[in-house]
Design a protein around this ligand. Structure first.
Ligand code: DSN
Length: 478
């Protein structure tokens, strides 16, 4: 692809937008500058290709297409059928799945599709059948009560939030916590690792309908063969949410027992994290759940986003190329180099390291909360997010951890040498930041003290580090 073509495409798009609302064009341009200049270590973010981005900016956005390929509630969906079928075909081929559903708008939506499919498959309940005929947003409190009564408090066992699990795996602030009676499995307090014997024990006691594996802040691999055996031993449906590590599965870094697709009854993912596609979701399953999964829209999803499905098809085609496997391996190499660099400088890491794309620093060793550390790093041009650590004493808001991930910097081309420099920058900021005090002299969990000159210096070093790895090198906005 010629660099000229990419520059021309984005420049022309901005010119067209600028003619209507120049502030939007300016914000889009400013976002590119910000992303180019900051050291992006948010484990769930990446940089999609120009082809993926451009596939989203067009008239597919204008089309309603409720239903599925070849069975729509609207006329004129032949081109939407083409891109949805392509996205599903690429997903099936890439992951070796029997069935793929490309419509979910996000990871939460993908999980909701999976939960309803499992309930519909496993539970006989008239209120559920009635609810399936309507959109979830239209259900009243009474509908929910009837459903809860009929479903008989169906149970879900998932990883606890502070061990790295996800909100959508049955926790209260998410609808999954209302649909299911939830119990969590944590990690071993000494090693920080999943203790499969404990998971099996919890499953035997709790007898869940659904056993969920998957995480957003656990820096290790999960053995899905063992988890499936646990699910089978109690008759549970085994679901894996691979949103964070889908790129590592696609790139065949996670294979055998660590590839969820051959082991789980149903797998969900987002498409924009390590998979490097557009923002969106995907569900994979075997033939037995396919029909229920395909009812995702209008059962729980609003109208599909054909422009995003077009972009999913492009990104999934990219992930099927041989160079994606190399990218996936470099994500893990970089995360391990970052972990080693931090450990060598004295940082404490949850589980002592990583074997995936993310590292979780316990910043209490620096005398900071996650919130203080996150802000101090941001002042220094390093973008991360605070995250709870197991048994976090500072709760989910302030937290005691900083989660960092390598998918984005790896896309930019940074390698293990640059990860060591990155570890040095992070350690410099965290070791030079001190906790601040409230006006009454008590310790603050949010305030911090960091010499602005140091933050500035680190910011410049970060920019210098990035200078050799231009982001979207083919895009010159002039
Ligand atoms: N919000 C995503 C993350 O940052 O991990 C997960 O949904």
């Amino acid at each position: 692809m010629s660099r000229n073509a990419e520059s021309t495409a984005f420049r022309s798009a901005l010119e067209v937008i600028r003619a209507v609302e120049p502030r939007v064009a300016d914000a889009i341009g400013a976002e590119l500058v910000d992303q180019r200049e900051s050291l992006k270590l948010i484990a769930s973010e990446n940089y999609a290709s120009p082809a993926t981005l451009l596939a989203m900016g067009n008239w597919f956005s204008d089309k309603y297409a409720e239903g599925t390929v070849g069975r729509r509630f609207y006329a004129g969906c032949q081109n939407v059928d083409t891109v949805e079928a392509l996205a599903a075909e690429h997903a099936r081929e890439l992951f070796g799945a029997a069935h793929a559903y490309a419509q979910p708008h996000s990871g939460i939506d993908a999980n909701l599709v999976a939960f309803w499919a499992i309930l519909a498959d496993r539970v006989e309940a008239p209120a559920l059948r009635r609810a399936q005929a309507r959109h979830v947003n239209d259900l009243t409190e009474q509908d929910w009560f009837a459903l809860r009564r009929e479903l008989g408090d169906q149970r879900m066992l998932g990883m606890s939030l502070d061990a790295g699990g996800h909100l959508t795996h049955g926790f209260r602030p998410n609808i999954s916590g209302k649909m299911f009676d939830q119990r969590s499995y944590g990690t071993d307090p000494a090693s920080g690792l999943v203790d499969y014997d404990k998971v099996a024990e919890a499953a035997r006691e709790f007898r869940p309908l659904v056993l969920v594996a998957g995480y957003s802040a656990y820096p290790r691999k999960v053995n899905f063969r063992i988890m499936r055996e646990i699910a089978d031993s109690v008759g549970a449906t085994f679901m894996v949410d691979m949103a964070h590590f889908a790129g590592l599965v696609a790139g065949k870094v996670f294979t055998g027992d660590f590839d969820p697709v051959p082991h789980a009854h149903i797998v969900t993912t987002t498409t924009h994290k390590s998979l490097r596609g557009p923002r969106g979701g995907l569900v994979l399953c075997g033939p037995e759940l396919a029909d229920q999964v395909d009812r995702g829209c209008p059962m729980v999803l609003g109208g599909p986003l054909p422009h995003v499905m077009a972009a999913k098809a492009v990104a999934l085609a990219e992930a099927r190329r041989p160079d994606f496997a190399d990218y996936a391996q470099r994500i893990v190499d970089n995360a391990q180099a970052l972990a080693e660099g931090l450990l060598r400088r004295g940082a404490t890491l949850v589980t002592g390291g990583t074997d995936n794309h993310l590292v979780l620093i316990d910043v209490t060793g620096y005398g900071l909360t996650g919130r203080q550390a996150e802000q101090a790093l941001l002042d220094s041009g390093i973008v991360t997010n605070r995250n709870a650590v197991p048994q976090d004493p500072n709760g989910a808001w302030y937290t005691s951890g900083i989660r960092i991930g390598t998918p984005a910097l790896t896309t930019r081309g940074l390698g293990v040498a640059e990860m060591d420099s990155t570890a040095e920058l992070i350690h410099t900021v965290l070791s030079q930041t001190t906790a601040g005090a409230n006006p009454d002299g008590t310790a603050s969990k949010a305030k911090y003290v960091l010499d602005p000159a140091l933050a500035d210096k680190v910011g410049h070093q970060a920019t210098e580090l990035l200078a050799g790895f231009p982001l979207y090198p083919g895009v010159d906005l002039g």
